[in-house]
Design a protein around this ligand. Sequence first.
Ligand SMILES: NC(=O)c1ccc[n+]([C@@H]2O[C@H](COP(=O)([O-])OP(=O)(O)OC[C@H]3O[C@@H](n4cnc5c(N)ncnc54)[C@H](OP(=O)(O)O)[C@@H]3O)[C@@H](O)[C@H]2O)c1
Length: 300
Amino acid sequence: MSRAVTISGYGPPSVLHLEEVGIPAPGPHQIRVAVRYAGVGPTDLAVRAGHLDAVFPVRPGGVLGFEAAGTVEAVGDEVTDVVVGDDVAVHLPGSLGGYAELVVADLWVRRPSGSSWTVAAALPASAEAAVRGLALLGPTKGETLLLLGGNGSVGALATQLAVAAGVEVITTVRPDDADEVTARGAVPVDYHQPLRDAVRSPVDAVLDASGRSDLEAAVALAGGPARVVTLSDPRAGQFGVTLSAPDPATVPAALAEAAARVEDGTLTVREPTVAPLRDAAEVHTGLEAGTLRGKIVLQP
Ligand SMILES: NC(=O)c1ccc[n+]([C@@H]2O[C@H](COP(=O)([O-])OP(=O)(O)OC[C@H]3O[C@@H](n4cnc5c(N)ncnc54)[C@H](OP(=O)(O)O)[C@@H]3O)[C@@H](O)[C@H]2O)c1
């Protein structure tokens, strides 16, 4: 058995409850992990509310959570790259389930050496999305990338990866965040301004890591939708833009890339805020109200 935060149905944060759940043995290609910390991101809020039922369905009694870090406590027969006792970070786009003491995972990476447990738990979903988004766009040295939401969990990582590759990054942020993104080598613009006024010159590519931007203006700035990727804007199809979601086939390589960039110092992951697992509902409430910002990790 495992204590986990289950959902009693789609709805407000009050649908989340801490309870005991059964936990299966890992399948042949899976591992079971004793969770130290589980990441909470904005996608979790949308899943809980039922907005993503078509992509990430969760039935009553199901457990939220796209990412976690912990210690391997059982491995499937076909698993060869980790053994019981190894420290890993897991990405769970297929099954979710991170908000728990124990989770069965299909996709993992070793905890980057030198990174804290909290950072390891905050890494998988954001870093995988940052690596994937940039891979889809392929910005090269000297090109200009417009990054919408450059001081979010995904945006901060995408900025660092792009700047390290010699890409010029212009990013939309709240004015309070301007110094932080400037320190990462990006040019901040105020997201309250109309995008066409804030970014006056054409750009080569756009990565939307905000989900709340003017996608139509972004397409115009990029000269068309071919090199525009959003991670969450449901209007993507309307503008011919790619809406990118995790692909289990490419997740392991993206996680390995992110972990390597953490280890070689290219990527610095902000320390997330820690909350007890039992407070998952309060964390969702705080994120929705804007009284909490950034990545939160739950501690079982
Ligand atoms: N498809 C995928 O695989 C995938 C994976 C991870 C995340 N996502 C999605 O990607 C988005 C970002 O995730 P995250 O974890 O980075 O979230 P996050 O940490 O909350 O970051 C979002 C950022 O966007 C900023 N923002 C808010 N309104 C904006 C606007 N109008 N223009 C530009 N920026 C604005 C926020 O600033 P404030 O703090 O000032 O509000 C914040 O810095 C979310 O929609 C999430 O659901 C998708």
